[in-house]
Write a protein that binds this ligand. Structure first.
Ligand code: ZN
Length: 99
């Protein structure tokens, strides 16, 4: 049984999860290194983009919130995907813990 956990992730994590690759500001391919960072934070865990609907949220409310959430929001909190302490834009993701 896999348990979903709601997390917020940085742009690098988003790129890697969405496109399978991510580049640093100088254009270097950091996909493998970044995948390892996530792997270290979340062993045996699949991370998917977006969040699940809350129990107390209607389908309509959920749909509406998605548009704003897809834009991301700024936070100084560490990225919960790779553990980066850089402030930046954060996005919702879901970590599926367990086998
Ligand atoms: Zn990250």
């Amino acid at each position: 049984m896999r348990e979903p956990a709601r997390i917020s992730i940085c742009t690098d994590c988003l790129m890697l999860l969405a496109n399978g690759e991510v580049f640093d500001s100088e254009g270097n391919d950091i996909s493998d290194a970044h995948a390892m960072e996530i792997q270290r934070e979340w062993p045996n865990t699949e991370i998917t983009l977006g969040r699940l609907r809350e129990d107390d949220e209607t389908e309509e409310e959920y749909e509406e919130s998605q548009e704003a959430e897809n834009e991301g929001w700024f936070s100084w909190s560490p990225c919960e995907g790779c553990g980066s302490h850089l402030g930046g834009t954060r996005y919702y993701a879901t970590a599926w813990i367990g086998e």
